[in-house]
Design a protein around this ligand. Sequence first.
Ligand SMILES: Nc1ncnc2c1ncn2[C@@H]1O[C@H](COP(=O)(O)OP(=O)(O)O)[C@@H](O)[C@H]1O
Ligand SMILES: [Mg+2]
Length: 260
Amino acid sequence: MIEINNLKKRFGPKIVIDGVTFNIPDGDTICIIGKSGSGKSVMLKHIVGLLSPDEGCVKVDRMQINKLSKKQIFDIRKQMGFVFQSAALFDSLTVFENSILGMYEHGNRNFDELEKESIRVLSAVQLLPDINDVGETAFQKEWQILKNKKPSDLSGGMKKRVGVARALVGNPKYIFYDEPTTGLDPVTSQQIDELIANLANNLSMTSVVITHDMFSVFRIAKTVAMLHDGKLRYFGDVEGLKNSNDDVVSEFVDRFILKA
Ligand SMILES: Nc1ncnc2c1ncn2[C@@H]1O[C@H](COP(=O)(O)OP(=O)(O)O)[C@@H](O)[C@H]1O
Ligand SMILES: [Mg+2]
């Protein structure tokens, strides 16, 4: 469980987060929404321990994240996968190398283990077929082609899938996405949203998705937290968000629906 308790953060004179409290229970899929500059990424950085609160605290699995030793931070980060806005792949590395880079950097040189995990996560993001559907020979052929591809050989959606695959390495308990569909065309965005929703259901992870796209919220979220002027303006389910009487909330929602 992630607990955010009276979190406050300012940068110079600018108060970005002004006393925000909410919990993310295990297994939830939460979208954190709000207009650009409303503190969504700052919130996420507090949850993963990249920023320290001025006041209040963030606890992950009951541990106060900014009070941990390096070793404790290292251990808890192993429970966390991150998907960044840009796919953040290394252009000179293959799909295989990109997918298991974290394991390699942590010193794992067992090629069989690396390959097995790469196949597991690339299958989870549907870049590889199900071996039971296509058979061993066809599967191996597809794997050999995929593993040696470079990011420049991939479409935007495929790159994003490799980025998600990398976040799944080691089976994290939590997965964090910061604007996962920004910059993708609407069709690819929908496919990535569906992937995020499927992974959340199938791998029983707790998923935290930052987005300013209402379509993504409707496709993905079980819970929505909306930040506005440093405060938590809405917290609840998607139905409640759609039916909110709060002008700020309904304006944010309607703007997207009108555009559709
Ligand atoms: N490290 C930082 N130093 C100073 N200001 C920052 C820093 N990080 C974020 N901010 C400011 O905090 C506000 C919220 O930023 P951010 O969380 O990135 O917004 P968004 O909701 O678009 O993700 C913005 O005004 C941004 O300029
Ligand atoms: Mg951001």
